[in-house]
Design a protein around this ligand. Structure first.
Ligand code: FAD
Length: 319
C-alpha cells in the first residue's frame, strides 16, 4: 500500500481532525487483522514525569498490550528509577512488564543482583542490551568486572532460568556494525545465547524491515522480530536521533515534515506515516508491533485506533 508516500501534502491538510485522517489513511479492508501491541516507556525522574508516565500507562493499558517495557537510562543512570517504574506498573496495572537491563557501568555481580531483584518482584521479562554510555563519553567501554557484550549478559541471564529474554535488533545497520550482515550474525549469536525474541530499532520504510527479516530467516533465526515503531512527535529531534543510531532517513519523509512543520501539521503527518508503515508491515505478515511511546500516549492511541485496535479492557480492570 503506497498512500502517504505518493500523497500530495495538501491531502493531509484537508484532513483536519484525527478521526478523518484515520479514515483516509487506513483502508481497513486491506489489513489482515488487528495486531498485538506492546509499548515502551521510560522511567520518570521527577514528580511531573511520574504523573506523565502514569497518564500514559492509563491511556494505553486498555489496549491490552502483550507486554510493556521500561528503559534503562544511558550509562545505567536510571537503575533504581527503572526498577521502581517496572514494579509499580506491574503491580498497579497488572501488565506484563519487561525491564531493560544493560551492561554499562556495572560489574557482573551488580547486574545479576538487579536481575535477581526483578525475579524476586515477580518480573519475568528482561530486554537485555549492551547499552549506550552517557552523553559525551564516547563509545561503549566494558566495566573491568562487567559483561563485555550482550551475548555474555544473555548467557548469564539465561543461566538463571527465570526470564524470557528479549533483545534489540537493527534493520538499518547499527553504527558499530562491522559490515553488511554483521547485525544479522550478531542477532543470531544473541538468540543462540538464549534470547527468545527481538525488538527492532525504529525505521521509516517497511522494505527496511522486510529485507532484515528475510536476511534473519536465511541465517536461521526463527525467533520473532517485532518491529519498533516511533510515532514522531518532533521531527527535528527524531532526525538527529536517527542519525546517531543509524536509522536511515528517506528524503521524501524529510521533505514531508519540512512542509508539515511549517504548517503546524506534524502530528497529522506523523499519524498518517506510522499508520501506513504499520499497515504495510501487517500486510507483510507482521502480527506484533512495539511502540516507542516517549511517555506520550496520544499519537500511539491514534495510530492504534487507525489500525483497528480499540480498548479491549476497561481501565477499572487494569488500574
Ligand atoms: P548489540 O546488538 O549487542 O550490538 C549492536 C551491534 O554492534 C551489533 O548488531 C553488532 O553489529 C555490533 N556488535 C556489538 N558487540 C559486538 C561484538 N562483541 N562482536 C561483534 N559485533 C558486535 N540503550 C540504553 O542505554 N537503555 C535502554 O533501555 C535501551 N533500550 C533499547 C531498546 C531497544 C529495543 C533497542 C533496539 C535499543 C535500545 N537501547 C537502549 C540502545 C542500545 O543500547 C544501543 O543501540 C547500543 O548501542 C546497542 O545495544 P544492543 O544490545 O542492541 O547491542
Amino acid at each position: 500500500m503506497i498512500f502517504v508516500r505518493s500523497m500530495n501534502l495538501s491531502h493531509v491538510h484537508c484532513a483536519d481532525t484525527r478521526g478523518q485522517i484515520q479514515k483516509r489513511v487506513t483502508p481497513m479492508s486491506s489489513l489482515k487483522s488487528a495486531p498485538r501491541l506492546s509499548f515502551e516507556f521510560f522511567p520518570p525522574n521527577d514528580i511531573a514525569g511520574a504523573f506523565r508516565l502514569s497518564d500514559t500507562v492509563r491511556a494505553l493499558a486498555p489496549l491490552d498490550p502483550s507486554f510493556v517495557s521500561v528503559t534503562y537510562g544511558a550509562g545505567g543512570t536510571t537503575r533504581t528509577l527503572t526498577h521502581d517504574a517496572v514494579t509499580t506498573i506491574g503491580s498497579r496495572y497488572g501488565l506484563n512488564v519487561a525491564a531493560h537491563l544493560t551492561c554499562v557501568d556495572a560489574s557482573r555481580e551488580e547486574t545479576l543482583a538487579i536481575a535477581e531483584s526483578y525475579a524476586a518482584a515477580g518480573v519475568t521479562e528482561i530486554v537485555a542490551l549492551r547499552g549506550d554510555p552517557p552523553k559525551g563519553q564516547g563509545g561503549f567501554c566494558a566495566h573491568p568486572q562487567g559483561f563485555k557484550d550482550t551475548v555474555e549478559l544473555i548467557e548469564a541471564l539465561a543461566g538463571m532460568g527465570k526470564f524470557n529474554i528479549r533483545v534489540g535488533a537493527y534493520p538499518d545497520p547499527h553504527p558499530e556494525a562491522a559490515g553488511p550482515g554483521a547485525d544479522v550474525d550478531w542477532l543470531k549469536r544473541k538468540i543462540d545465547a538464549g534470547a527468545t525474541s527481538a525488538i527492532t530499532q525504529f525505521f521509516f520504510e517497511p522494505e527496511t524491515y522486510f529485507r532484515f527479516r528475510d536476511a534473519c530467516e536465511k541465517a536461521g533465526i526463527d525467533a520473532p522480530i517485532i518491529p519498533g515503531i516511533l510515532p514522531i512527535e518532533r521531527w527535528a529531534g527524531v532526525k538527529k536521533f536517527a542519525t546517531r543510531c543509524g536509522a536511515r532517513v528517506p528524503g521524501w519523509i524529510d521533505e514531508a515534515f519540512d512542509k508539515a512543520t511549517r504548517d503546524g501539521r506534524e502530528d497529522l503527518l506523523s499519524v498518517a506515516l506510522a499508520t501506513e508503515l504499520c499497515a504495510d508491515l501487517i500486510d507483510g505478515g507482521v502480527e506484533d508491533l512495539h511502540f516507542y511511546t516517549m511517555n506520550k500516549p496520544a499519537l500511539t492511541q491514534d495510530i492504534a485506533r487507525a489500525l483497528g485496535v480499540t480498548p479491549r479492557v476497561e481501565l477499572r480492570d487494569v488500574a
